[in-house]
Design a binder for this molecule. Structure first.
Ligand code: MN
Length: 236
């Protein structure tokens, strides 16, 4: 196949380092799960009854990716820029219409993620029945650490997740409080999409979300996964 002649430079492939490997993980899509911890669903004014609802999703573009440790500008168009600390599942196989038993072979590894959110725009969208993109899918809104290859067992179902802002703990929960577990999420999501290597799934944030401002320093941790850092700079 001949390489097409491009009118301008194609976008870069977005990648994350892989711990213990010289190779990098190329990101394909970033799926995000909404309201996947009960206490967070309640703080957002939308409690979840798992017996009558299914998970829901939104996406962020791979180009929104920022690596842990960066300083990013306070984003435009918001006065309520918020953090959401999340476990991220990195997919390493093809999968469609999976069962929960398929989860083990689908997982490549994990990383820590920050689902940075323009909360005022998300809420306006929610109240007016509009898409969430302006609130969720914007430049530098997806912050990730390097990928930690899965261990044994390959499907995480416990461990602490926490976030500090300027040294003060704002979020602290446990992965066993996920409303929909990793196997349940993979089975559900793969009913709508052909999952592919390079896909990332942000599994949702626990309670304690809140605003950040220029000069703030965010520091998060997930047991057996790692630590994430982010500095908020002045608006551009
Ligand atoms: Mn989130």
């Amino acid at each position: 196949m001949t390489t097409p002649r491009l009118a301008f430079a194609a976008p870069d492939i977005v990648t994350l380092p892989i711990r213990g490997s010289g190779a990098r993980f190329p990101i394909r899509r970033i799926f995000c799960v909404g309201r996947n911890y009960h206490a967070h669903a309640i703080e957002m004014g939308r409690p979840v009854d798992k017996s009558t609802t299914r998970p829901f999703y939104f996406l962020k573009d791979a180009s929104a990716t920022v690596e842990s440790g960066a300083t990013i500008p306070y984003p435009p168009g918001t006065q309520d820029y918020q953090y959401e600390m999340e476990l991220v599942v990195a997919i390493g196989a093809h999968g469609f219409r999976l069962t929960e038993d398929d989860a083990e072979r689908m997982v490549f590894g994990y990383c820590c993620g920050l689902d940075m959110t323009r909360r005022d725009l998300q809420m306006l969208a929610r109240e007016t029945g509009r898409p969430w993109d302006l609130g969720k899918d914007f430049e530098q809104s997806a912050v990730f650490t390097g990928i930690v290859p899965k261990g044994r067992p390959g499907v995480l179902d416990g461990g602490e997740i926490r976030l500090q802002v300027n040294g003060r703990t704002m979020q602290r929960s446990s992965l066993d409080k996920l409303i929909w577990s990793i196997p349940e999420l993979l089975a559900d999501l793969s009913g709508f999409y052909h999952l592919q290597p390079g896909d990332l799934i942000m599994t949702g944030t626990p309670e304690g979300v809140g605003p950040v401002w220029p000069g703030d320093h965010l520091s998060g941790h997930i047991d057996a996964v790692g630590d994430i850092e982010l500095h908020i700079g002045a608006p551009t």
